[in-house]
Ligand binder design. Structure first.
Ligand SMILES: *Cc1c(COP(=O)(O)O)cnc(C)c1O
Length: 433
């Protein structure tokens, strides 16, 4: 038995894989990654495979970035973890200031947690508790969008709407209202209905949570910036909170630093994770305005009742600081613009393959459809299998095929990745006819 076969056997015997049925675990191919650099996942035998999903949408600066490696080593020699309860350390304090610096206007407080779901939980709890103790306790409900995905914990799932992920848990979730889904990608009536819900129940709404610009898990669904700007106006008029879940869209994934920047707006609460640590360590932040923070002044009973063991973990915070520093030094967002243009053009040209529809992209995020069955579709998986043979690791959302490469991927690797996407899609769709 080769070393890889042994690892696969152990994995199949004892590991429980995310979003994978036990039978798929037993039968579907598993890539054994020995090391990784840039956009490449590398096996023990030296086979190189392109990481098309950015290791689940977080690997914004490529694998093994030398500056991130060095930052971990440096920080590990000082303190790897200590409590944030009545203690602090350089990475946590400085990162908070540096995040505020790059955040949309007015977000000047930072609460740390470990992942995107907890960043969302924290935002929901902050909004809820704020109104409880600041004179409007009847504001106990949230509004969200159809197709929303905000994470896998119970609160985040309550805000979410992707039925394949949340359906079975519905009885455990709290009620979040949302308008009916868009028909033919027409989002205007969806937002109009959302505004109507807000106006009807303005005294009861603690906040409105959205993924700015792109709904990732729903299948990389994109809506216009003008609607996000209108939502900001409506929530201002209602004097309730706009919560921007930038877990996926943040850190330049869609072009500018934040999805909100497309609309030139600042939310009241902003959730960041994934790319915040360069996709290297579990690390997240929920940003809030000074007004919200001030709502937690007073005695102990008014404190935000939330905190994780690894809140503000020094290694994670040091990495996030280094990520922001690399963005500044290498002008990562500016340098990604021509790559995003190339990605957009190549994805558009995918419609030359019969059976490909709805090509779309925003920044370094691009997707197309290969069938109508959405997440439960199987054509995307056939394409993923073909792509793996050709040297790219795709992670389709059913029949939505997407690529989310590092923002700093070199052009030749990006071309190679898009060649493989094209070839694997042709293999499956053309041979199926
Ligand atoms: C991935 C994601 C989350 C959840 O983040 P985890 O780190 O997986 O818990 C929340 N919101 C959005 C928009 C995401 O894409």
């Amino acid at each position: 038995m080769s070393a890889d076969d042994e690892l696969i056997a152990l994995d199949r015997a004892h590991l429980w894989r995310p979003y994978t049925s036990s039978d798929d675990h037993a039968n579907r191919p598993l890539l054994v990654v020995d090391r990784a650099e840039g956009p490449w996942l590398i096996t023990a035998k030296g086979r190189r495979v392109l990481d098309a999903s950015g290791s689940w949408w977080c690997n914004n600066l490529g694998h093994g970035h030398p500056r991130l490696r060095a930052a971990i080593v440096r920080q590990s020699e000082r303190v790897m973890h200590c409590t944030l309860a009545a203690a602090t350390h350089e990475p946590a304090s400085r990162l908070a200031a540096e995040l505020v610096e790059v955040a949309p206007e007015g977000l000047d407080r930072v609460f740390y947690s470990d992942n995107g779901s907890t960043a969302v939980e924290v935002a929901l709890k902050i909004a809820f508790q704020y109104w409880q103790q600041n004179g409007r306790p009847q504001r106990d409900r949230f509004l969200a969008l159809p197709g929303a995905y905000h994470g896998d914990t119970l609160g985040a799932m309550s805000a979410g709407d992707v039925d394949e992920f949340t359906g079975v848990f519905r009885p455990l979730l709290f009620d979040v209202q949302r308008p009916p889904d868009a028909v033919d990608h027409n989002w205007e009536p969806v937002f109009e209905r959302l505004f109507a819900l807000l106006r009807e129940d303005v005294d009861q709404i603690a906040g409105v949570i959205v993924e700015p610009m792109v709904q990732g898990a729903a299948g990389m669904r994109m809506y216009p910036a003008s609607l996000l700007a209108a939502l900001r106006e409506e929530t201002k008029r209602a004097d309730t909170f706009l919560i921007a879940d930038e877990v996926f869209t943040g850190l330049g994934r869609t072009g500018p630093m934040w999805g909100c920047d497309h609309a030139g707006i600042a939310p009241d609460l902003l959730c960041a994770a994934k790319g915040l640590s360069g996709g290297v360590l579990p690390f997240a932040a929920t940003l809030a305005t000074g007004r919200i923070y001030d709502g937690f002044r007073g005695d102990k009973s008014r404190a935000l009742m939330h905190g994780h063991t690894f809140c503000g973990n020094p290694l994670g915070a040091a990495i996030a600081r280094e990520v922001l520093s690399i963005y500044r030094d290498d002008d990562v967002l500016e340098a990604a613009k021509p790559k995003a243009a190339k990605l957009a053009a190549r994805i558009q040209s995918m419609t030359e393959v019969p059976g490909v529809t709805s090509p779309r992209s925003l920044g370094m995020c691009a997707a197309f459809e290969v069938g109508t069955r959405g997440y439960m579709g199987t054509v995307g998986w056939q394409i993923a299998d073909a792509a793996l043979e050709l040297g790219a690791h795709l992670r389709p959302l059913g029949n939505t095929v997407y690529v989310v490469p590092p923002l700093n991927i070199v052009d030749a690797d990006l071309e190679r990745l898009l060649d493989i996407v094209r070839e694997s899609t042709e293999r499956v769709l053309v041979s199926a006819q």
